[in-house]
Write a protein that binds this ligand. Structure first.
Ligand code: PDD
Length: 277
């Protein structure tokens, strides 16, 4: 029986309940974080909590608890549920109130978190995954890690229906990001990823990967690239908290490079794993 945490209490997952009047349910009025657990420890929890604080600020919500408390809760969920490799999910909604779109005047945020095992070091996807190109149907504030994610649900369902692992979302021919990941390409030895803006989420793994690339003097440019450039790239890969660095070896019907994980991708994945160990 797994334990989760909801509104200040650790309870069995089956006993955790959220009201039908919770604004997270009614409006997707909330934000969330997903952090990896590796060798039983949370990875970059401080960075995830800093991003949560920013997301909350952007939607005019106070912090539901101190970051120290949330950190303790997240680590404790990993430990008590015996998670060696996996993730902790944390969500904050504006809380329960009569259905009315503007913010309620008095409302207590709902907060919950749970943990799940997931293979991270021996991920079979490290052999390479395929992506499916879809239009990016999202809103204008993709920098907020919002729980309103119907566009990503549709994008990732289309990707799955196409027999691929992830969506490659594009707008006007330019790649924005994956359904739940940051996308990268390598061409002639230079690694490219889209610069930060309200068009994409500021991925924590993105930040770490950039720092790792700089550490080993890997040429890297933060510049948007087109779907055509991705298709013609030497390497393509994705990053996220729960995937680390994964090679993309096919974009729809086109094989990327020689169809196997490229040297830059492999080097970054290894560097990421080394840092996590
Ligand atoms: N998603 N872009 C989007 C749209 C995302 O949802 C995510 C993460 C990322 C990568 O961010 P990070 O490196 O901080 O995980 C980029 C999480 C993993 C999810 O929704 O499950």
């Amino acid at each position: 029986m797994r334990t989760c945490w909801i509104n200040g209490q650790f309870v069995p997952e089956s006993e955790a309940k959220l009201s039908i009047f919770d604004r997270g349910v009614l409006f997707g009025d909330g934000v969330y974080e997903v952090a990896a657990v590796f060798q039983g420890r949370l990875l970059d929890a401080d960075l995830h909590l800093a991003r949560l604080t920013r997301s909350l600020g952007e939607i005019g919500m106070p912090a539901p608890a101190s970051n120290d408390t949330l950190l303790e809760v997240m680590q404790s969920l990993a430990t008590t549920n015996g998670i060696d490799e996996g993730l902790v999910y944390l969500q904050v909604t504006r809380g329960e109130a009569e259905r009315d779109f503007p913010f309620p005047t008095t409302v207590k945020p709902s907060v919950f978190a749970y943990a799940r095992p997931k293979k991270l070091s021996d991920d079979p996807n490290a052999a390479g995954v395929a992506v499916h190109v879809v239009p990016d149907l999202r809103w204008a504030r993709c920098d907020i890690k919002s729980t309103s994610m119907l566009a990503q649900v549709l994008a990732k369902q289309a990707a799955r229906a196409a027999g691929t692992f992830e969506a490659m979302m594009q707008e006007d021919g330019l790649v924005t990001e994956g359904g739940s990941s940051t996308l990268w390409i390598v061409k002639d030895g230079v690694t490219y990823t889209r610069p930060l803006s309200s068009d994409i989420l500021a991925g924590i793994t993105r930040d770490v990967a950039i720092a790792l690339a700089i550490d080993v003097s890997m040429p890297l440019v933060q510049r948007a690239f087109t779907v055509d450039q991705a298709v013609a790239a030497d390497e393509c890969f994705l990053t996220s908290a729960t995937s680390f660095v994964l090679p993309i070896t096919r974009i729809d019907d086109t094989v990327v490079g020689n169809g196997t994980p490229g040297p830059v991708t492999q080097r970054l994945r290894e560097a990421y794993l080394d840092r996590a160990r």
